[in-house]
Design a protein around this ligand. Sequence first.
Ligand code: UDP
Length: 324
Amino acid sequence: MNVLVVGGAGFIGSHMVKQLGRSGCRVTTLDNLSNGHRDAVLYGDFVQGDLADKDLLAQLIQPGRFDAVMHFASFIQVGESVQEPAKYYENNVANTLRLLEAMRLAGVNRFVFSSTAATFGQPLYSPIDEKHPQQPINPYGRSKWMVEQILDDFDHAYGLKSVCLRYFNAAGADPEVQLGERHEPETHLIPLVLQVASGKKPHISVFGRDYDTPDGTCVRDYVHVADLCDAHRLALESLIHGADSQQYNLGNGNGYSVQEVIETARRVTGQTISTVDAPRRDGDPDRLVADATQAKKVLGWQPQWTSLDEIVAHAWAWEKSLPQ
Ligand code: UDP
């Protein structure tokens, strides 16, 4: 099978390229390296380029060349999306449309899309299943929701079949310690906490202690990157076997507060981790926890690394492997 992985040099994409390469797929990565790393692409061909480049897309996505496309390339910072919505709609929506158009012209009609829990907005109930209304509260969430709607239209009009995978909080690292999170700047909780543990940062800021949760800090559902990749592979297989377009929520169904994440990191690393209380971050709901029953039932998804200790331990092994 020939798979094009857009954003294959990024955090989740690079794990996907490794998994696909290992399983014998022919994989091609397209990445502009704006956030990704060339050395994170461990298998297959690499093309450096941007989705805004229509000529490049037409040249790369030739009829018959790819059986499917997986799309991981997007901007992901909620706060930044509020400050710079144009950047988010341009990259996450317009560029995705260019990719879909190139696929349509080449007759590639299988697509696995990285969507997000941010498409739901403020939860009306918890855990969140696929029937939960989608009312995103920031441009990031709206950009992903728009692509979900475009995909619905492309299915009706052109027969392009897609699976939208709505991640909750992607975390962890390659259990073989070849890959992990390397965002610059890093904004995610677990890698930042571990940078404090390794002495790179003096403290972790806790964004808000007055949420409506047991300890007052935000509750999130952390899901291991390797498990997310398993879901992508299963989604791809379902499309190959003729499944209809679908959307699935991906999480472990366990909510952990920011405070619990910090305590877990203290336990796993054995290091002191200082905290500083900081104001709430814009656009953070109290609690985001997934109901992933559908992915388990329909795709047969069985996450392997469900405990927060394991997720943090893998991320810690990765952090220790980086230059200190
Ligand atoms: N968070 C925090 N301090 C930080 C980074 C994040 O308290 O330095 C909190 C954030 O407000 C949220 C949770 O940690 O409640 C997870 O945030 P992250 O940015 O990792 O993922 P997101 O939920 O935005 O996808």
